[in-house]
Write a protein that binds this ligand. Structure first.
Ligand SMILES: O=C(O)c1cc(=O)[nH]c(=O)n1[C@@H]1O[C@H](COP(=O)(O)O)[C@@H](O)[C@H]1O
Length: 308
């Protein structure tokens, strides 16, 4: 899957991911009303609305982008119908040849991590039948429990030729509380980054490992250090747009080959029509606003990379 991710990035010239993180307050009234007419003001109605909203965005952007990242919490908040919409979104994006990064941020003791890995990246045997329950291409993994919490994901990835992105330095304001602590002379995120490189060292695709890292756009200096520490690790970079990250902050996340990083924007793309800049599109044309926001994001990053 790292090969497909790289191929899709090269094809589109867009090292970006659209974060499919739907919230009801981003969903145009008309889509909500239609869904509630059919399913009532219920969890099913909300799930239908988020699915229709997602489909509009995917249809308007899939030819410009290599990958999407649905964040499972945004679906889970609508219970089982929400999870069904999550799965429907994954399947639809895969039909459109997009790489799907399931943002699930799991990680537990070994046996439990193995079950999470089966659910999201692997297959489950039931009698004589085999099923791939969620079947994302990549998943995000929380490494706080250490190697035995991460290894089951790596094992399933090796079987299925899939990948993970492990949280190394997160984009949020409090991420330094633990991640920046100095342990034996170095910040904890460096120790984690080094481990990520080690976990992925024997599992390589087109010059990059199947085991990637997550490093927030909001910490560009740390991104620079981590880029050097993990030269063959693909970095998923959230924090662009709504959290303040800009193209100029991102240049050090990329290797000299122009690869090695993929930048996520969720609200900045899917709720673009709510921004002043894209207001002219109006609510009904929310997906066209998202398409324009994708083009603007790609241009911002490309210009920053050209000028570095
Ligand atoms: O793993 C992630 O994707 C992630 C890690 C991180 O450090 N920061 C971060 O914002 N994310 C996710 O990236 C997305 C950011 O959303 P926006 O701020 O709307 O672009 C959300 O789905 C977050 O859960």
């Amino acid at each position: 899957m790292i090969n497909k991710l790289i191929a899709n990035i090269k094809k589109t010239g867009a090292p970006i991911v659209v974060g499919l993180d739907p919230m009801l307050n981003y969903i145009p009234k008309q889509i909500q009303e239609n869904a509630y007419k059919e399913f009532g003001e219920t969890l099913e109605g909300a799930a239908e609305a988020i699915w229709q909203f997602n489909k509009g965005i995917v249809d308007a952007t899939y030819d410009l982008i290599p990958a999407v990242k649905p964040q499972i919490a945004m679906y889970e908040q609508f219970g089982l119908p929400g999870l069904a919409a999550y799965k429907r979104t994954i399947d639809y994006c895969k039909e459109k040849n997009l790489v799907v990064i399931g943002d699930i941020k799991r990680g537990d003791i070994g046996s439990t991590s193995a079950a999470y890995a089966t659910a999201h990246l692997g297959k489950i045997q039931i009698g004589s039948k085999t099923y791939a329950p969620f079947d994302e291409d990549f998943a995000t993994v929380n490494p706080y429990l250490g190697t035995d919490g991460v290894k089951p994901f790596v094992d399933v990835c090796k079987e299925e030729k899939k990948g993970i992105f492990v949280l190394v330095k997160t984009s949020n304001p409090s991420s330094g509380e633990f991640q920046d602590r100095i342990a034996e002379g170095r910040p904890v995120y460096e120790w984690v980054g080094e481990k990520v490189a080690e976990w992925g060292a024997d599992f390589m695709g087109d010059g990059y490992s199947y085991v990637g890292a997550v490093v927030g756009a909001t910490y560009p200096e740390m991104g620079k250090v981590l880029r050097e520490l993990m030269p063959k690790t693909f970095i998923l970079v959230p924090g662009y747009g709504a959290q303040g990250g800009k193209g100029a902050d991102l240049v050090h996340f990329f290797n000299k080959d122009g690869l090695g990083a993929i930048v996520n924007s969720s609200r900045g793309i899917i709720a673009a029509y709510k921004q002043e800049k894209y207001a002219e599109f109006g609510e009904a044309n929310y997906a066209d606003a998202s398409r324009q926001a994708v083009k603007d994001m790609v241009q911002d990053i490309s210009e920053a990379l050209e000028n570095r």
